[in-house]
Design a binder for this molecule. Structure first.
Ligand SMILES: C[S@@+](CC[C@H](N)C(=O)[O-])C[C@H]1O[C@@H](n2cnc3c(N)ncnc32)[C@H](O)[C@@H]1O
Length: 247
């Protein structure tokens, strides 16, 4: 018998008067059990969400939605499998938090301006893009995977961030992922030889600017597949089917 049937079967109906039906003690017990099971199922669901600090718009903080964060993490995990390299997350704390949860074997360093992330201990390095190379020497050319989401969409900001990327990345072969506005397309190509792939990052709070993922390698079909599945579940989400040299 289902819980609802059990509750109904145990409901004492007084047909002689107009009073609302009363629940028997057995029905009440079954109802309590049912509600408590539902609430623990909801708690489990919540636990799956990665906990993030609240966005501070004065710092240009716009967190990715869960699907975007998990898709990029999976891409980084694939790159890590072929390199075994540490990952530098520059100004993208959401990715750091998801990587720590989804791929705890990967060594990740978060470079961030917001000191609330000092909570990550030695995995946090204070970073101000205005001082692009004012970083510990131990981080110089220490990463084959560098993922960056600059705080601003200006030329000046991207130029300085490009200096930081060159400082962090291993010169021979590094995978670079830049998440920023479509408006930076030409500059990303000029400064870092990065090009948009088909994947379009989405944010928890919808932004007016169209965002792109620019890379220095071809992620082939991986991110396109993720994007198409997002499109199937999100009405109005537009997608290109060509990777790397997308639209
Ligand atoms: C556009 S947000 C990117 C966040 C990303 N979408 C995420 O979900 O993790 C830009 C990031 O730059 C950081 N930021 C703000 N001012 C900065 C500065 N002067 N130097 C470096 N980073 C800064 C913000 O704290 C924020 O995490």
């Amino acid at each position: 018998m289902s819980t609802t049937e059990e509750i109904l079967a145990n409901t004492a109906v007084n047909e002689d008067d107009d009073d609302p039906p009363l629940l028997s003690s057995r029905a009440l017990e079954a109802l309590r059990e049912f509600l408590s099971e539902q609430s623990s199922a909801r708690d489990e669901e919540k636990e799956e969400e990665v906990k993030l600090v609240s966005e501070d718009w004065r710092l240009s903080q716009f967190w990715y939605d869960r699907e975007t964060a998990e898709t990029i993490c999976e891409e980084i995990r694939v790159l890590w499998e072929s390199t075994g390299s540490s990952v530098a997350c520059v100004a993208c704390p959401t990715l750091y938090a998801y990587l720590k949860r989804n791929a705890p074997n990967i060594s990740v360093q978060l470079l961030e301006y917001d000191k609330r992330f000092e909570q990550y201990g030695s995995n946090f390095t204070f970073y101000d893009y205005n001082q692009p190379e004012d970083l510990p020497l131990a981080l110089k050319h220490a990463f084959q995977i560098v993922v960056v989401d600059p705080p601003y969409l200006s030329k000046e900001c991207l130029e300085k961030v490009a200096q930081t990327i060159s400082f962090l990345a291993q010169p021979q072969k590094s995978y670079l992922l830049l998440l920023t506005g479509e408006v930076q397309r030409e500059r990303a190509a000029e400064l870092l030889d990065l090009h948009p792939c088909g994947f379009r990052p989405q944010h928890s709070n919808k932004l007016g600017n169209e965002f792109r993922l620019f890379t220095n390698y071809d992620p082939a079909e991986r991110l396109v597949r993720a994007m198409i599945s997002a499109q199937e579940t999100t009405p109005g989400h537009s997608a290109s089917t060509s990777a790397f040299t997308a639209d």
